[in-house]
Each structure stands twice: as structure tokens, then as C-alpha cells.
Design a protein around this ligand. Sequence first.
Ligand SMILES: NC(=O)c1ccc[n+]([C@@H]2O[C@H](COP(=O)([O-])OP(=O)(O)OC[C@H]3O[C@@H](n4cnc5c(N)ncnc54)[C@H](O)[C@@H]3O)[C@@H](O)[C@H]2O)c1
Length: 451
Amino acid sequence: MAKQRKDTPETGKQSSDIQPAKGKLGIMIPGMGAVATTFVAGVEAVRKGLAKPIGSLTQMGTIRLGKRTDSRSPKIKEFVPLAGLNDLVFTGWDLFEDDMYTAASKAGVLERELLNNIKPFLSSIKPRKAVFDRNYVKKLDGTHVKKGKNKMELAEKVRDDIKEFKKSSGASRLITIWCGSTEIFLQPTAAHQSLKAFEKALQQNDEAIAPSMIYAYASLMEGVPFANGAPNLTVDLPVMRELSRQNEAPICGKDFKTGQTLMKTILAPGFKARLIGLHGWFSTNILGNRDGEVLDDPGSFKTKEESKLSVLEHILQPELYPDLYGKFSHKVRINYYPPRGDNKEGWDNIDIFGWLGYPMQIKVDFLCRDSILAAPIVLDLVLFLDLARRTPELRGIGIQEWLSFYFKSPMSAPGLYPEHDLFIQLMKLKNTLRHLRGEQLITHLGLEYYD
Ligand SMILES: NC(=O)c1ccc[n+]([C@@H]2O[C@H](COP(=O)([O-])OP(=O)(O)OC[C@H]3O[C@@H](n4cnc5c(N)ncnc54)[C@H](O)[C@@H]3O)[C@@H](O)[C@H]2O)c1
């Protein structure tokens, strides 16, 4: 029977200083496509009791507190003060004028019957004019676009939108989450190194500044937290880290972890745990939604590819296990195939080896629905970012590494490698919540049960 020896560290922190989630939470979404509409329609469907928020940790997840014998496992949403679904209000930007009902119908993810049940609500959400430039997303072209003499003026227009939404919606707090298309591959330049350099570059229309960065700058200037669902640099830049800390607007990204990469971060830690070697991992996808069309452009694909490729290196740590992972081959392909729509098919061929080097193979054929997997991530991220903003210990630290759980390319402090293992990420997330509430962290040591 368990004795009372403590083997879990106490954090010594108390939670009383987290501000309550009072009033409405405004969600602002650049990019009102498949993911955004599946998320917003889903929230409304759950609010109306038409469906359940499957896949959402904030809505369905529990958190164990204390010892296994304590039987304390509250729901996460009862353990930390999160905004309730009824308090969420929405706006967005897009270069197409479709309201959310039309956009959701075109995306073809959710069934017509469900959409019709919530049609008046969805139709009421109309996109604001986008900051858009075809040089950054070659496959798209639209007319619902802001004009300005330079990028600074465009940023000011986004800031005006943010202020207007706050006023008209009556929201007490705001969050921005990028659900826009994947932009071309860019690398940080001198323009991204400081606020001063970035603002000068905005005035000079510097090509190093992509539209997503303009939304990020505008949000952070308004003190609004920003999450990035695509692999673009966007907030993963020194200037944004500086702004985030300065204005106490938490940031996180990049690239929602869904589909094939989710599977990779579930399987690869398992191989490493059992010291199973890897010769190679070939991943290919077919998908036919607009995201697939955008990724058909080599510039946008390169951004995505970089994000997808980094995962295995970080999880498998070849430098620590040269005999197992020293020279594996890793390929990722995405093919745009219209008949599939949002229902992607991802094939993985995994060449592994075991005892004495004997080879084996695993094949994964995942018939997945990308936006169905992404929508609960969007919900959790906006609720957790809002929590971070209300928590004195988190709001001024910039990157919220504890939200790595949701991303293919998690952001981490400069010089620190990102954590990709889904299970470590989940432990980090839950331990952060325990820490905020002054609960003991859980190490899973468990010797006290056998004293
Ligand atoms: N669905 C997933 O599982 C998943 C996973 C990881 C990342 N993502 C990323 O999330 C993003 C959205 O995916 P989706 O399937 O909804 O794509 P989508 O093509 O259906 O929607 C993207 C929307 O963004 C709009 N857009 C593009 N540039 C814009 C700009 N500058 N301002 C405002 N709007 C802009 C497009 O017009 C489009 O409506 C993509 O970047 C995708 O790579 C999706």
C-alpha cells in the first residue's frame, strides 16, 4: 500500500494571480479556408449540442493530480480558468469575399446538413480585406485585398481592423491565429533582427516581409497573442520575440501537427524507446483541397517540406545513436490530386531494423481528414494562449514552448532544440498547468507506492 514519501517536486508556485476569463474572447483568423471554417462551425455545433469536441484537450482532456491513489483527475477546463465556448466571438481576413458559410461549403469538409443547421451564424462572419501579395503565395489570386502606399500602411490598416473588432464585438480579450495559406520559403534577414529594422523595412516595402508577418506585427503591437498554424516564419523571428515580450503578447507556432506528421511523432518515439533502428522513411500524400493546390507550388512546398523533415532528426537524435539513426533516408512528397478534396491519403513506408540488424517494414496508410484533425488544435491554442496572456508568469516570456504539442515545427528559445516527441510535449504541457496551479509536477517515478 502506498506510503506518504514524496518523490515528486513541488513547484511552490500559486495560481491565485491568474486573472479570471471574464467577458468575451475575440478570435481573429487570417485565412478563412478549410481549417478556419471547420473550427468555427465546429465550435458553433458544439455550443448548440449538435456534436462533441472530439480531439480537443481543453474540452475533453483530464489531468491527473497528486498520487495515483489520490483519484484526482479533473477536466483540464475545470482545473485552469479557460474561456468558455459560449464566450467566443470570431472575425477573419481573406482575399476571397466568401462568408464563412460559403467558404465552409466550398471547402467541403463538413456535411451540408450540419452547415445548414448553423447557417445564419456562419453567414454572419464575413472576411475583412486581406493583406495579400501573390509573390508569397503564387497559386492564389483574389481581389478582396487591402491597398496601401507601403507595408507599414497595410499593418496600420490591420491594426485598425483589430481595434474595430474589439469595439464592435465587445470582446475583452483577443487572439490571432494564422490559418492562411503556406507562403514561399523565406529565411530571416537583417530586416527581422530588431523592431527598429523591421519598422524601417515596412516603410521601405522590403521583400523580406511577407503578409503573414504584417498580421503578426499588427497583432503584437496591439498586445494580442499570435499563433501560427502554417510553416511560414511569421512569428519565428527575433523582431517578433522582442515585440511579444515587450507587449506581453504570447506567441507560438509553427505548422499544426496533424495527419502524417502526427503519426510520425507517435511512431518514432516508440522506435527510439525500444532501440529499433531506421534505414529510411518515405512519406507521400495525395490531397485535393486549396492547401494542396498552394503546396503544388515549389516555393510553398519547400516551406512545408522543411517543417515536415525536421521532425525525425530531432526525435531520433542520430548524434546519440549513430548505429541506429546515423544514416537514415527521409523523403516527403505532397501531390495535389483534386478528386480527394480535404480527405487526404498519406502513405508511409518505414524501413526499420532490429536485433543483429535484421530488416523489417511497416506500412501506414492514413485516410485522414486534415481539417478535422486541425480544428481542435485551433480551439486549444486560442484558449491556452488566452490563459497565457492572463497568467503573469507566462505573458511576458514570449514563446510558449509548452504549446509545442500542437506543432510540427515548435518554436523554442534561440539555441535550444525544439522538443518533437508528442509524449514529452504532452507531459510538458500538463506539468506547466500543474505548475501554474501550485500542484506537484508528475515525474512518474512511483517508488513511493512500494516503500
Ligand atoms: N489542415 C491541416 O491539417 C493543416 C495542418 C498543418 C498546417 N496547415 C496549414 O494551415 C493553413 C490553412 O490550411 P487550409 O486547409 O485551411 O487551407 P485553405 O487553402 O483552405 O485556406 C487558406 C485560406 O487562406 C487564405 N489566404 C491566403 N493568404 C492570405 C492572406 N495573406 N491573408 C488572408 N487570407 C489568406 C486563402 O484565400 C484561403 O482561403 C495552410 O497554411 C496549411 O498548410 C493545415
